[in-house]
Design a binder for this molecule. Structure first.
Ligand code: CP3
Length: 369
């Protein structure tokens, strides 16, 4: 199957592109009225995610509104612990909750790998989305699959819900690292299988969301977050047919660890807004690897006025263009995104402004080089 617009994949592979491709984390979601409508039909979030037709419908909604260069599978990172039997539900306004969290030693000892058959709805959603992306015999844009990182999944599994500080998880890390390691080892196997099956079902790239890696000390980040992610990437890349599938690694709050991340074998490093693109590009370039970068505007810029949004996009592209790196163009391998997911309060018309600004600014900086 050929892809009509493969700009995103080319940027993942560090190729020259005429402009930076753009997609946005959480591009499908509650800020869109059409999402709210489909969600109401489905009853709740899991009703949406477990029905391939609904999942395809909401995946396509942002692509029908905006000129985006990639689609992302509509699902959630917490499907894995759900398929381990932890019992996921989304309570309205309260976020995710597990009915069987890992809050005792026995619960950790009884934990088993996710049953991939229980995740068939995800792989079926991928297949349905791929069909919906077809236009005149071509796939409109690439489809990104994803998973949470073993550490980020462990945070929710231990706590049983979201948290400000994940106290119970940190307590386990410091007092019973053996139990944490057991959870991580199981998560590593499940995430690897899950991503491989998403690739088998048809996704063209995968992203590992390490939302909570940034709350660790450097020592613990390397051991409990980066090492598990590196093992997953190594495993996937060791399979010939998956070798060329780009892997994006995103640790929110991870700007200080770019050098370490570059050793993970990921193809693309996702960046939050606490680092500027120029510094990130130069730091990664100094590792001697050609790593693509993805990011990184503060998602709340979308709550500003259109002029300010345009200015911030232009500033960001000019900043990247200033990076001094050996042999390569600093704009090569840049994927425009936010530094985290779109906020619920985002006016949809501001997303339009942002995307148009990215097209203009990222083309202009290349022309003026
Ligand atoms: O990016 C996309 O458009 C793809 C879909 C996607 C969702 N969740 C849909 C979703 C992706 C990639 C995720 C990842 C995810 N889920 C992460 C990692 C990235 C990040 O944002 O940090 C995390 C930590 C989760 C866990 C999660 N899922 C939480 C904490 C919540 C509740 C908070 C909230 O925003 O409501 C969810 C629910 C969820 N996942 C929603 C969506 C669109 C909202 C559910 C609803 O419709 O009520």
């Amino acid at each position: 199957m050929t892809i009509e617009n493969d700009l995103f994949l080319r940027a993942c592979r560090y190729e020259q592109t005429d402009r930076s491709p753009v997609w946005l984390m959480r591009q499908a979601g509650r800020y869109l009225p059409e999402y709210q409508k489909t969600r109401a039909k489905a009853g709740n979030f899991m009703g949406l995610a477990t029905n391939p037709d609904y999942a395809a419908e909401v995946t396509l909604q942002p692509l029908d509104r905006y000129d985006l260069d990639a689609a992302i599978l509509f699902s959630d990172i917490l499907t894995i612990p759900d398929a381990m039997g932890l019992g996921l539900s989304f309570v309205n306004g309260e976020g995710p909750q597990f009915s069987h969290p890992l809050n005792t030693e026995t619960a950790v000892k009884n934990l088993v790998e996710a049953d991939m058959a229980k995740l068939d709805y995800v792989f079926n959603a991928v297949k349905t989305i791929k069909k919906s992306l077809l236009r005149n015999g071509q796939q409109r844009v690439p489809l990104i699959g994803f998973s949470g990182s073993p550490w980020t999944l462990a945070c929710y599994m231990i706590e049983g819900s979201g948290s400000k500080d994940f106290i119970n998880t940190k307590k386990m890390l410091y007092n019973r690292p053996d139990l944490l390691q057991r959870i991580l080892d199981i998560n590593i196997k499940s995430v690897t299988q899950y991503l491989e099956l998403q690739i088998e079902a048809g996704v063209e790239a995968v992203m590992i969301f390490d939302t909570w890696g940034g709350m660790l000390s450097t020592q613990d980040y390397l051991k409990y977050s980066l090492e598990p992610m590196s093992r997953i990437i190594k495993e996937i890349k060791s399979v010939k047919k998956y070798e060329s599938v780009p892997i994006i690694l995103f640790t929110k709050g991870g700007s200080g660890w770019l050098h370490a991340m570059s050793t993970s074998n990921a193809d693309v490093i996702g960046l939050d807004w606490t680092i500027d693109l120029k510094v990130a590009r130069e730091t990664l370039s100094n590792t001697g690897k050609n790593l693509a970068i993805q990011g990184n505007l503060d998602p709340l810029i979308l709550l500003a006025n259109p002029k300010e949004i345009e200015k911030r996009v232009h500033d960001s592209m000019l900043n990247l263009a200033e990076a001094k790196i050996a042999n390569n163009n600093p704009l090569q391998g840049h994927i425009f995104n936010l530094g985290h997911g779109i906020n619920l309060a985002t006016p949809p018309e501001n997303v339009q402004t942002l995307i148009e600004a990215v097209r203009t600014a990222s083309t202009q900086v290349r022309l003026h080089q």
